[in-house]
Design a protein around this ligand. Structure first.
Ligand SMILES: [Zn+2]
Length: 252
C-alpha cells in the first residue's frame, strides 16, 4: 500500500500459500495491534486473524491479476498494509514498469475487488445460514452491514464481523485516488491513457487534493490525529514527487 518493500528481518513470518511466497514483517503485527483498539486478548487475536485473512485475499487479487499478464509476484504484509511485488521488478512496492496503463489499472483494481467480493460472499453465506443482516449506521456509513449472531460461537461471530468490516474499509480506503494506493494507480493509468505527457501530473494533483481532504476529514470529523497525519504525509509525498518531476518549480 504505502511504503516500498521493507528489508527482511529474522522475525519475519514466511510461508507459501497456493504457490505464492508470503512474508509478514514484524511491524505488521505491531501496527495492526495499534488499530485493534485493545479489548480482551481473544478478541484481539480474532481481529488479527480477520486482518491477515482480508489483506491476503486483497493481495491475492493483485497476484492473480498479474498472473493474467504472465507476471509472477510475491506478497509482503508490512506496517502499513500489503504489497504484491513482481519478481525481479527491482521496483519494490510498485507494480513495475512493465504494464501498460490498462493492465496496470486492472491489476490495481483486482485487490480491492477481491476483498469486496469476499466480504459480500461472507455476508451472503451467514445470511443464508440464518444470521440477521441489517444496516444500523446512518449517513456516510449507511452501506455498512451489521451481522447478528450465527449461534455457533461468539468468537466466530466476532471473526465474521471483523472480517467484513476490515475488508470493506480496507478496499474502499485503497480505492481512493491517492498515489500510491490502488485507486491512485488506477487514476494515474486513466490520466496517462488520456495524455501520456501530462497524465502523471494530473493524477498527482488529484491525489494531493484527495489526500488533503481525507486528512481534514479524519481530523475534524473523526478526531483521528494518526490517520490525519498519515494522509497529510501522503499529500506531502505527492508534492515532493510533483516537484522532483519538474512540474512545480521554475527551471533555470
Ligand atoms: Zn492493493
Amino acid at each position: 500500500m504505502i511504503l516500498n518493500e521493507p528489508d527482511r528481518t529474522p522475525w519475519d513470518v514466511r510461508f507459501r500459500l497456493f504457490g505464492v511466497d508470503v512474508r509478514i514483517h514484524p511491524f505488521f503485527w505491531l501496527f495492526m495491534l495499534l488499530l485493534s483498539n485493545g479489548g480482551p486478548p481473544l478478541g484481539v487475536l480474532v481481529w488479527l486473524v480477520a486482518v491477515v485473512l482480508s489483506l491476503l485475499i486483497h493481495e491475492f487479487g493483485h497476484v492473480a491479476a498479474f498472473r493474467l499478464y504472465g507476471i509472477r509476484s510475491y506478497i509482503v504484509l508490512h506496517a502499513f498494509g500489503g504489497l504484491a511485488i513482481p519478481y525481479g521488478s527491482g521496483y519494490g512496492g510498485s507494480f513495475g514498469p512493465r504494464l501498460a496503463p490498462g493492465p496496470s489499472a486492472f491489476v490495481a483494481f483486482a485487490g480491492p475487488a477481491a476483498e469486496l467480493l469476499a466480504a459480500a460472499m461472507v455476508v451472503a453465506m451467514v445470511a443464508a445460514a440464518g444470521a440477521e443482516v441489517f444496516f444500523p449506521f446512518g449517513g456516510l456509513f449507511s452501506f455498512l452491514p451489521a451481522i447478528g449472531p450465527l449461534g455457533l460461537s461468539p468468537l466466530f461471530d466476532l471473526l465474521i464481523s471483523d472480517f467484513v468490516y476490515v475488508s470493506i474499509f480496507w478496499a474502499l480506503l485503497n480505492l481512493l485516488p491517492i498515489i500510491p494506493l490502488d485507486g491512485g494507480r488506477i487514476s494515474q493509468a486513466l490520466f496517462q491513457r488520456i495524455d501520456p505527457q501530462t497524465g502523471l501530473k494530473q493524477a498527482l494533483v488529484l491525489s494531493m487534493i484527495t489526500a488533503g481532504f481525507v486528512a481534514a476529514f479524519m481530523l475534524v470529523k473523526l478526531g483521528s490525529w494518526w490517520n490525519a497525519g498519515l494522509f497529510a504525509f501522503l499529500a506531502f509525498q505527492n508534492f515532493q514527487t510533483f516537484q522532483a518531476l519538474g512540474f512545480g518549480g521554475r527551471r533555470w
